[in-house]
Write a protein that binds this ligand. Structure first.
Ligand SMILES: [Ca+2]
Length: 222
């Protein structure tokens, strides 16, 4: 592999730089204005045209502890790899989404009628603010796909600061949602959408089996 650092996964794909790879892997990117290089998982095959996977929580993969400090959520943690569990970091989310318009796709895997179904929801012009602003996010519109729609879990958290068990920015004055759910997230109340929360066994889930996995992916809007 060559040593060039692209600004984002999409660049590597569009410039043909990684076209020969036709695969996905861990890449190092250097977003414009960022003080450092970041590690991200890029999907570089010809069907996915340079998506970056910012977070993955998969029930079938080696489990990773998501009950982490603010510093860990800021810098990223986990096993970076295509079929692994990881959080890429709030800093890299901030730098890449503030350089150019980005689309965020939330993908949730459900098992329905014994078949695995990926359900999606897209968010246009998704931006994560800086640490100074608590990494709150904004987007211009939430766009469900024509088929296989997932619930819109993010609109309720627009503008809310990120929370971890050691820094409680949620809107629940009585509780610490990150501590209760052993995760970090843009919590409003403690019973909202939370893909980084502790995976629940099927016996206590409201659907028969699922969601199995959640992936947050981002792509430069072209
Ligand atoms: Ca609280």
């Amino acid at each position: 592999m060559c040593a060039r650092d692209d600004r984002y996964c999409t660049d590597g794909f569009l410039t043909d730089h990684y076209r020969d790879f036709r695969e996905s892997d861990v890449f190092h990117i250097h977003p414009h204005n960022a003080p450092q290089v970041f590690k991200v998982v890029c999907k570089m095959d010809k069907w996915t045209t340079g998506w970056a996977f910012l977070c993955a929580r998969r029930r079938g993969a080696i489990q990773v502890n998501f009950s982490r400090t603010w510093e860990d959520y800021k810098n990223g943690f986990g096993n970076f790899g295509l079929r692994e569990n990881y959080w890429s970091g709030l800093d890299v989310m901030h730098y890449v989404t503030n350089n150019r318009p980005h689309k965020l796709r939330v993908q949730i895997l459900f098992q329905e009628n014994r078949t695995n179904v990926w359900r999606n929801h897209d968010y246009l012009d998704f931006k994560v603010s800086s640490e100074q602003h608590g990494y709150n996010f904004t987007f211009s519109s939430a766009v469900p796909p024509r088929i296989n729609e997932a619930i819109d879990g993010l609109s309720a958290s627009m503008g809310v600061r990120f929370s971890t068990y050691d820094i409680d920015n949620d809107n629940d004055s009585g509780g610490n949602c990150a501590s209760i759910h052993q995760s970090g997230w843009w919590f409003t109340t403690c019973d909202g959408y939370n893909p980084t929360g502790q995976p629940q066994p099927p016996s206590v889930q409201y659907q028969d089996i699922g969601p199995h996995s959640t992936v947050l992916a981002s792509h430069t809007e072209l």
